[in-house]
Structures are given as structure tokens and as C-alpha cells.
Design a protein around this ligand. Structure first.
Ligand SMILES: [Fe+2]
Ligand SMILES: [Fe+2]
Length: 135
């Protein structure tokens, strides 16, 4: 079984965000498969750039929702998104220099980040929305 498989227990209870999270994991899983099978898209960073675009779009949508709902944690949350986006860009640069930099270790880092961020930070937003009767 793939280590990247989406787990229903990671849902935060906000349908639109859960779908986007699942899409990000699906792409991570595709990248994981591509690494194992040594696909071309891995070597030129194409797949990682797709992941970057998808993640950025998700972060923007999530932050817009937080701003719209006046979530008090939005500034710190957005900083965490920004930090991950920078790390992802740095990884893309390393992979474009040397494709061997995209390995299981790098993917595991991304997976761990997403998973931890989901079940802690993103879920905290879901809980807050519920507590304030907004969702
Ligand atoms: Fe988030
Ligand atoms: Fe998220």
C-alpha cells in the first residue's frame, strides 16, 4: 500500500477543503509512483510544479475562507502556508539541479507536513467554525 494514501480520518469537516486536501494527497501519491517508476516528469520538476500550483491554490482558498469568516488564527496559519511553499520551491530548485534530490525522503517530508498541518492547524479552523456556528 502506498504511504501517500488519503485517510478519511484526516477530514476536517469542511467539504470544499476536504476535497482539496484529498486532491493534494492524490497528486503526492502520483509523484510517489512516478519516483518509484522513474518517470520523466519527476526529473524536470514538472510534477512538483503541479503540486506547488495545486497547494498554492488550496492555501489561497483556505486563507480567503478564514478571512471571510474572521478567523483569529489566519495570520499565523498563512505564515505556515508560506513557509511550506518556500520549502517546496527550494525542493523544486534542488530537483531541477539534480533529479536524485526527489526521493522517498523528500516525499516523506511533504507528506508529514501535510498530514500534521491538516490534523492540527486546518482542523482547528474547522472546530472554530463549528463553535461559532459558522459551518
Ligand atoms: Fe492550512
Ligand atoms: Fe489545508
Amino acid at each position: 500500500m502506498s504511504i501517500m494514501t488519503w485517510n478519511e480520518s484526516w477530514k476536517i469537516g469542511i467539504g470544499a477543503l476536504d476535497n482539496e486536501h484529498r486532491d493534494c494527497f492524490q497528486l503526492l501519491d502520483d509523484i510517489h509512483t512516478a519516483v518509484k517508476e522513474n518517470d520523466a516528469g519527476v526529473h524536470d520538476g514538472r510534477l512538483l510544479r503541479m503540486l506547488y500550483d495545486r497547494v498554492r491554490a488550496h492555501f489561497a482558498a483556505e486563507e480567503a475562507m478564514m478571512v471571510g469568516d474572521r478567523y483569529p488564527g489566519v495570520a499565523i496559519h498563512a505564515m505556515k502556508h508560506e513557509h511550506l511553499a518556500k520549502q517546496l520551491l527550494a525542493l523544486i530548485a534542488r530537483v531541477e539541479r539534480a533529479p536524485t534530490n526527489l526521493n522517498e525522503h523528500a516525499l516523506k517530508f511533504l507528506l508529514d507536513w501535510f498530514q500534521t498541518h491538516l490534523v492540527q492547524e486546518d482542523r482547528a479552523f474547522g472546530v472554530w467554525l463549528n463553535e461559532h456556528g459558522k459551518y
